[in-house]
Design a protein. Structure first.
Length: 59
C-alpha cells in the first residue's frame, strides 16, 4: 500500500473547485476512489467550512 496525494477538480457553473487529500491505497485508481469518498464525507459538513487561503488577481 502506498500514500498518494490526490487532487480532484470539479468545474461548476460559477467556478472551479479543487479537492486535495492524502490517502493510502494499492493503486492510483483506488486512490482516486478513496479521495472521492473523503470529499463526499466532507460535503455533509459544508456549512462548517472556512476558507483558509486565497489568491486574487486583477483580470
Amino acid at each position: 500500500m502506498a500514500t498518494y496525494k490526490v487532487t480532484l477538480k470539479a468545474d461548476l457553473k460559477r467556478g472551479a473547485f479543487y479537492w486535495v487529500s492524502t490517502v493510502n491505497a494499492d493503486s492510483e485508481e483506488e486512490a482516486m476512489i478513496a479521495a472521492e469518498h473523503l470529499f463526499m464525507a466532507e460535503m455533509e459538513n459544508a456549512q462548517d467550512w472556512n476558507f483558509s487561503d486565497s489568491d486574487i488577481e486583477v483580470q
